[in-house]
Write a new protein. Sequence first.
Length: 187
Amino acid sequence: MTDLENLFAETKAAFGKLDILVNNAGIMDGMEPVGETSDERWDRVFAVNTTGVMRAMRIAVNLFLEQGHGVIVNNISVGGLRGARAGAAYTASKHAVTGLTKNTAYMYASSGIRCNGIAPGGVETNIGASMTNISQFGMGRQQTGMATMPRGGQPDEIAQLALFLGSDESSFINGQVIAADAGWTAF
């Protein structure tokens, strides 16, 4: 927690304020269905994907309340909108961030604070490197939907959406989770 508090303190010291928080950290599980999910895997995935996001949001919201404005953009995943894009731990952790995003948007809408999320589909990043002990059953079940993905995305495409959501041009958008997935969730 100290590292996170230091990050915000150093940002405020260097720039005088915080305008935008983008939560972009995340790890995968091993595609395990709930029957195969260990407590250790569950706790680790939630610590990074959900608890870390909440803690950063809590600090940012309090800074935003002091200054009267701010924007939060949470990089969630289509796994936070659908049930079969990963294993149980990842899916549940991302659904939790979807709820946290919507709750935060509503709670602070009258305080000049907006909170939105991005739900990327398959994007060419290194998140797969966080996968260990992959469940063959879970991976097989998850793969049945991969054929419906029109194409993989590039990190740049997600960054452009994050920039838009953090800008004044999106001032009327609040509490939304926008899929950036080439139409994958449209199926």
